[in-house]
Design a protein around this ligand. Structure first.
Ligand code: ADP
Ligand code: ADP
Length: 237
């Protein structure tokens, strides 16, 4: 469970990115956060893994209070959370499978893994993750040689290799064309259904949100202005 209680975030300089957010997200749900650029979507998801300090309020994630977490606890929290970004954030000069193995660094950051030696069990997990996003045939291709959609699926596999409880995707399809965006959204949805990983996806298009979100949160200027199903979502978002 993820629970925001009266959470506000004001950045240095005075931008109120989140204003008094109260929000509970149940384990296993698929939530889409929609809103224009600047609405506070990124701040909302980055707060969940402790990347943004709260100005006030409290935030509980998987039983931990993020605002009280020290370094050790933040590390444990982040190991349970897979992150997916608009820009994929792959290491382009190395292979797909090596990129996915980086998802294991959270679990086993020993001197061996830092040198690129992974246990066979880690390699197995990486290949399974690639199978799940249907891109295992590209395992030994350099990440640089993949299309945008393929790179995003590799980044999903990297997050999956972490065996996360929660997946946070910040505008994962913003740089993809519409058909590819649908493929990526379907992958995220399928993974949520098959593995029960709580998934939060930021989008700026309401049509995609309606199509995939079991629950839609609408943000505007740091406030939550909508919380409901796709059918209930209307033009006020
Ligand atoms: P969205 O993801 O919906 O585009 P953000 O959470 O990125 O919204 O941003 C919300 C507001 O906070 C915007 O006005 C943005 O410019 C501002 N903002 C975001 N990050 C920072 C930061 N690190 N420092 C100052 N202002 C920021
Ligand atoms: P987004 O994809 O959320 O729109 P941006 O491109 O606005 O992200 O922001 C990219 C980075 O710049 C983020 O790390 C964000 O925190 C930071 N940032 C955004 N707005 C500001 C701002 N007004 N002042 C300082 N940093 C900002």
């Amino acid at each position: 469970m993820i629970r925001f209680s009266n959470v506000s975030v004001t950045y240095p300089g005075g931008v109120h990115a989140l204003r008094d957010i109260d929000l509970e997200i149940q384990d296993g749900s698929f939530v889409v956060v929609v809103g224009l650029s600047g609405a506070g979507k990124s701040t909302l998801v980055r707060a969940i893994n402790g990347l943004v300090p709260l100005t006030s309020g409290s935030l509980e994630v998987n039983g931990r209070h993020v605002e009280q977490a020290g370094r050790r606890e933040l590390r444990a929290l982040r190991s349970e959370i897979g992150m997916i970004f608009q820009s994929f954030n792959l290491v382009k000069r190395t292979s797909v499978v090596n990129n996915v193995l980086m998802g294991r660094l959270h679990q086993t950051p020993t001197w061996r893994t830092l040198l690129g030696w992974y246990r066979p069990a880690d390699r197995e997990l990486a290949m399974q993750a690639l199978e799940r996003v249907e891109i295992v045939e590209k395992a030994y291709v350099r990440a640089a040689n993949l299309s945008g959609g393929q790179q995003q699926r590799v980044s999903i596999a990297r997050a999956l290799a972490q065996e996360p409880k929660v997946m946070l995707a910040d505008e994962p399809v913003a740089s993809l064309d519409p058909p590819t965006a649908n493929v990526v959204m379907r992958d995220l949805q399928r993974i949520n259904r098959e593995l029960g990983i709580t998934t939060i996806v930021n989008l700026h298009f309401l049509d995609l949100a309606r199509r995939y979100g079991d629950r839609i949160i609408g943000m505007r200027e740091g406030e939550m202005v909508f919380d409901g199903t796709g059918e209930q979502a209307d033009e006020k978002v």
